[in-house]
Design a protein around this ligand. Structure first.
Ligand code: PMP
Length: 316
């Protein structure tokens, strides 16, 4: 059986937020054939709304759909649907500096399949919600713990796509970490148990002097759009950025560590606990470089800095 990669998506309609009906034998419920995306809309001082790099989310969904053996909306369909949804929910986009509207596109196999196979029908839907800071720490540094036994992704698996099952895989370790007072979990590679991968919902960067290192995209971590943007911003600020294998030992003498993601933006890391030993960064505040990168990125996202890279899409 071939993957139904060329399915066509008919134009959808706007509906009030509420429950949806699903066939009990749908591909999403039985075999986890589903992908999601996450992006944000920000309100500018003039009242207009900015989306941040939405075509990157559309492309990532397309690549993910190929891995999940499912058809994806075209980039144009994705953008049109996101714009229509945000415009219909304009009043929920918080005022400048007071948060953002989080946009959650979902693609899933909704047709019935009893024996294991790709679903015969697919649904693309989007819902939105106003959000503030992701971590309860707000913009203050977060505290991570390195997970030594559980992994979120394996080589050849689905770690590099935004499929729902990847998130089910982290729930246990994340809940255990939170119960012990940590903000989140930092995962290691499952082969050597030595190289940094990522945090449950964000990418990780390690700063030493003028060099900013981040794990290379090699099939087991999500190619974050914020990660890609911060690499660009950091290079344009004169930092040397290295995408490579980053050993857990490098955490010991790093100057600063931070995480990136749509939800977490740029979150400074205050401490990382590895094999029971707590490694602390800075004096409890945000590191200078993390703050500098945060400021530039968020100003572009909110329309306060010239967007010379054409990253934002303005809606009226
Ligand atoms: N890694 C994981 C596992 C994630 O869920 C996310 C959030 N999408 C990220 C990294 C960061 O990706 P982005 O910057 O595109 O939000």
């Amino acid at each position: 059986m071939k993957c139904p990669l060329d399915g066509s998506f008919s134009k959808g309609e706007l509906q009030r937020f509420g429950n949806i009906e699903l066939n009990p034998s749908s591909g999403i419920l039985n075999y986890g054939q589903g992908l999601f995306e996450g992006l944000k809309a920000y309100r500018k001082e003039d009242g207009n709304i900015l989306l941040f790099r939405p075509e990157e989310n559309a492309l990532r969904m397309k690549i993910g759909a190929e891995r999940m053996c499912m058809p994806a909306p075209t980039v144009e369909q994705f953008l049109e649907a996101v714009k229509a949804t945000v415009l219909a929910n304009k009043r929920w986009v918080p005022p400048p500096g007071k948060g953002s509207l989080y946009i959650r596109p979902l693609l899933m196999g909704t047709g019935p399949v009893l024996g294991l196979a790709p679903a015969p029908e697919y649904t693309f839907l989007i819902y939105v919600s106003p959000v503030g800071n992701y971590f309860k720490e707000g913009l203050a540094p977060i505290n991570l713990v390195v997970e030594n036994e559980l992994h979120r992704a394996t080589p050849g698996g689905t770690g590099s796509v935004k499929t729902i099952g990847n998130y089910a895989a982290v729930l246990k370790a994340q809940a255990a970490a939170k119960a012990k007072g940590y903000s989140d979990v930092l995962y290691l590679d499952c082969v050597h148990k030595r190289y940094l991968e990522e945090v449950s919902s964000c990418n990780i960067f390690v700063i030493k002097g003028n060099v900013i290192s981040t794990p290379a995209i090699k099939g087991t971590i999500l190619p974050g759009i914020t990660r890609k943007s911060i690499i660009d911003v950091a290079r344009s600020q004169g930092f040397q950025v290295e995408e490579r294998l980053v050993s857990v030992d490098e955490l010991l003498d790093a100057d600063e560590v931070f995480c990136t993601g749509t939800a977490v933006v740029v979150s400074p890391v205050g401490s990382i606990t590895y094999l029971g030993k707590r490694i602390s960064y800075g004096d409890g505040g945000t590191g200078v470089v993390s703050q500098q990168l945060y400021n530039i990125l968020t100003k572009i996202q909110m329309g306060l800095l010239e967007d010379d890279k054409n990253w934002t899409v303005e809606l009226r």
